[in-house]
Design a protein around this ligand. Sequence first.
Ligand code: NI
Length: 184
Amino acid sequence: MILPIYIYGQPVLRKVAEDITPEYQGLKELIENMFETMYKADGVGLAAPQIGLPIRVVVIDLDVYADEHPEFKDFRKAYINPHILEKKSEEISIEEGCLSLPGIHEPVKRKNRIRVKYMDENFTEHEEEIEGYLARVIQHEFDHLEGKMFIDHLSPLRKQMIKGKLTNMLKGKVGCSYKVKTIK
Ligand code: NI
């Protein structure tokens, strides 16, 4: 089932998301719906707050980059209760976008190497060291679970330059091809 994507201004995007327990009802279906919603919107990552749920669930599919990065062939993963343990190495700047911020693309500085812990959809625990583009996507998505969005990382000048677009989103003026939920 394709769900509407919550747009900038929705309070759920600013909440710290909660861990879930193995008793959480309908997790498999939720994960399927999140993948379906993300594919429909041409995204590579989606966090549960973006569909209105303040819980720690993230889906990522990087198969679209498999031509350039063979390691991402069939890379499709759900992260349950993820947390970043450590951020290492130097920061690098790469342009990012977000399904909750349609029409905004800005370079964001992030660490290239991180250590994370999470559970898979069967609640098996994993701890991994991740680098490169996946580390980038994970930091973006896990930020959503802390109530953060990528625009929070921008300089005051860049923030000023996207202000008009953000104001339009708050007014419900959003031009994108997927189903959204604005505050107006
Ligand atoms: Ni995002």
